[in-house]
Design a protein around this ligand. Sequence first.
Ligand SMILES: [Zn+2]
Length: 194
Amino acid sequence: MIANNLYYKCGPLYLAICLISSIAPPVWSQSTNLDAHVHGEAELLIAIEDKRVEMQLLSPASNILGFEHEPASDEQWEQVHQTEELLKDADRLFDFGEASCVANSQIVELPFEQMHGYEEQHTHEAHEEDHKEHEAHAEVSAHYVFECAEPPTEITALLITQFPLIESLNAQWITELTQGAQELNANRLRIDLR
Ligand SMILES: [Zn+2]
């Protein structure tokens, strides 16, 4: 079975990314924006193997946090931490309808996180470097694995209502039988997998 081979070759954590980069370039490459960084747009990659769902969310930080520079105040640091908590709370971001899926793994990567607490140690020079660095854009990624009671036939991307700065979510999925893509937005949250 293709999915099983992939599972071993790529490891469970990076299956979705691996699917895109290794086996299905003709499918994904036409519509995916993995390298693009467009504020307001985000990507959701979904790999489904029977009752197991793996998802990768990729977004400019501006859609998720509202900013892409290093947090400049306690309020902004608080926002980073709260956002991380929300991104880890998969039940508030996705609904699988009848399939009742439960998240058993979530890995959230926010920018800046590792820097918090080290600010005091920065020299003036280091700060200059930081400022240069943070003129660049920043990304957020989150990876989820769900185990479901039955194979899901739909996914509702509640995360669009949680993060209203995501104007357009490009969802792409692959199952053992089929694959597809759908553009989601505030008026269209549901992915039909059938
Ligand atoms: Zn940006």
